[in-house]
Design a binder for this molecule. Structure first.
Ligand code: FES
Length: 145
């Protein structure tokens, strides 16, 4: 039996059924490992490089890929070492400071770059992605990416 257009249009449609909720925390490290790494540790989860930061015992998880040019915030060489100051992580490439909890840019965008005619400082001001993080009673660090 074929449905008429009228009967299909009258069928109730739930918008909630179209929303897919996915929240999954994944164990990525431990508080002792993060401490041993000097409070800055890059982990890979969900295909993304995530930088774990311990700021005075408060743990945050931010993208390790800078929102400016995609360079690593915490790299493998001394040249690309993130600095943490005033609850912000500072990209070593051009000096942008990002709030470790919100990813918001604090202060000047790319202060180490000159503001060139026509191109300015490259891509415009953009926050750094941040991720939910939680610590278990046993010190496991879990991230929701
Ligand atoms: S790549 Fe990070 S501020 Fe430019």
């Amino acid at each position: 039996m074929a449905l008429s257009a009228r009967s299909v249009a009258a069928a109730p449609v739930s918008r909630r059924s179209a929303v897919k909720v996915s929240a999954a925390f994944t164990k990525v490290s431990s508080t002792s490992a993060l401490k041993s790494a000097g409070g800055k540790q890059v982990v890979e989860v969900g295909g993304q490089k995530v930088l774990l930061l311990d700021v005075n015992g408060d743990i945050s998880a931010v993208s390790n890929k800078c929102s400016h040019l995609g360079l690593p915030i915490q790299g493998k060489t001394a040249l690309f070492t993130a600095e943490v100051k005033d609850k912000c992580v500072i990209c070593p490439a051009h000096g942008t400071a990002f709030d470790v909890k919100t990813g918001e840019v604090k202060g000047e965008w790319c202060p180490k770059l000159p503001n060139l005619p026509l191109v300015g400082k490259g891509p415009g001001k953009k926050p750094l992605p941040v991720f939910q993080v939680r610590v278990s009673d046993t010190g496991d660090i879990e991230v929701n990416v």
